[in-house]
Ligand binder design. Sequence first.
Ligand code: GDU
Length: 607
Amino acid sequence: LLQESSPEQHFLLKDLVSADLGQSHLLDPFEAIVDDDDKFSTKLKAMMSQLEELDGAYPGGLKEYVHKAKKLLANSKAGLNPLAGWAPSVPAGEKFELGTEEYKSTEALGMETLGKVGFVLVAGGLGERLGYNGTKIGLPIETTTNSTYLQYYVDYIKAVQSKYAKGGLLPLCIMVSNDTKKPTIRLLAENNNFGLVPEQLFIVEQGAGVPALSDNNAKFATDSDDPFTLSTKPHGHGDIHSLLYKEGVISKWNEKFDLDYMVLFQDTNGLAFHTLPLMLGVSKKNGFVMNSLAVPRKAKQAVGGIAKLTNTSSGAVRTINVEYNQLDPLLRSTKKFQKGDVNDASGFSPFPGNINQLVFQMEGYSKVLERTKGIMPDFVNPKYKDESKTVFKKPTRLECMMQDFPTVMEGGETAGFTQIGPELCFSPVKNSVPDGVNLQAKGTPAGTAATGEADQYAATRIMLRSIGCTVEDAEEVSFNGIKVIPGPSIVIKAKVACCPGELKSVFPSPEKIKISSRSTLVIGGTGVTIESLDLDGTLVVNKTGKKIANMKVKNDGWVKVPVKDHDDEKIRMRGFVIEKKGGSYIGTDDSDDCFTDTDCMSGCIIA
Ligand code: GDU
């Protein structure tokens, strides 16, 4: 066997098949092809180079991976609390309500540094729960304008850059994995990087991932249809920190851009940025190196709980996310929270829900990164077949999480959180329709395509009401069993207004704005002002600088029609299509005014 390999591969394989690492089963399938020299040689070379790649991708190599995995799997089987020695308590942090003076002043403080933010999108996840095979950032964020998630994020970055960065560029780094690299690069190429220039776009790759593990002895699993190929999985979003370090992204950013903060955000949260200035204001006021966006958390909801942990021997204190699968055992191990992960009298868990939107102060973050190389602790979360905890439902793997950054922070480097209602900042698209139906039945947010889209519109309605506009709500409807308030559908592009604090300049007399429950309003033209409007139907305003006053619009509007089966998976997963029955359109960025009724449909382009 070993004649086929380089000396490095030779030693790696020798190590792996040893009794200590226990991977000799990987060679079993070769017995069946021992007489076929060509096949034997090709398959062996392929496996060797895969092992070598995996060895290089994991800090400390595969030996370290197996040792850690065996230990963590044994702890998990024994039901040991991974946070033993740390006592949880409810953390202090800043909690806000939209429209209050405190909100406005903190947001205004944050807006002062909005032009000095770098953006990091973690988009290496498989989307297993959603059951979608393409890249999630290529899904529509809403189907009124059909913008994709990536387009939306980039539009926001470009808007903030042109309004606040004083001619400077704001960088975007996207973390991809083996699974998402190709489609992400294709999406960017097909859309000319959505207008970003190459100097501001950075792609880092999680690489080969880590071997999937089929049992408590950390036995590497192979692909079900190919026993010569190891089955691998992404190592978790925590890889972002070591990649930002290893690929030199942070040092380049410090050198080439004028940045005070950096925001890490996930692939499908359509409300990701409404509260960014608010978070920046909180970080600034408190001198936080790390600031997590949080929402009131329903017990057992699949979002981690932010807790204050005090080390019972050293007295060290950390404000940190405790992941949803670890929170219940941690709480049960204490006297005070012995009922585990349950709601308190407020109807919510006492621990704020981490939604993994993280703001880091650049200087503090860079220091921690230099010291630690950004390596996060690993954890394992096997799903067992039964109580004996000896057989897994499917192979598991070691993972790490980006929100574990406080584990490598030291005294004086503080972490905190900013809490606001989820209606303004959190509605991810993670779940398939059947799972979403079950979650809604339990009173938990569905996290499906239909709710993600509905929540987009809802957030904008809430922001408009907060400044004094009159906006009705539609009646609840159900698409494939997922209950949503479908409208009115309001989309205000980031270049028009990128946070609640900017809305007043678009609607200077909000008391003169009325939008009916069946309406659709799209504002895509920079510098549009709407002085007074009575809308009952659809209005699209894409004309740059357009000033609207005394406008009354009534037409048949755009209607969401339920669909059961559809060829397009993106439509199937949301369960409706938008039928454009009638609408009024005011120009595009490069055409003249056009304001007529439904006849205008074919002549007007919606940007
Ligand atoms: N991701 C990667 N690489 C990976 C795994 C995930 O880039 O190896 C990315 C995903 O693409 C996504 C983000 O990381 O953008 C989060 O992944 P998941 O959506 O699978 O995360 P979970 O739902 O398991 O949980 C995370 C946090 C929770 C909570 C929750 C809220 O760990 O505490 O904040 O998101 O959405």
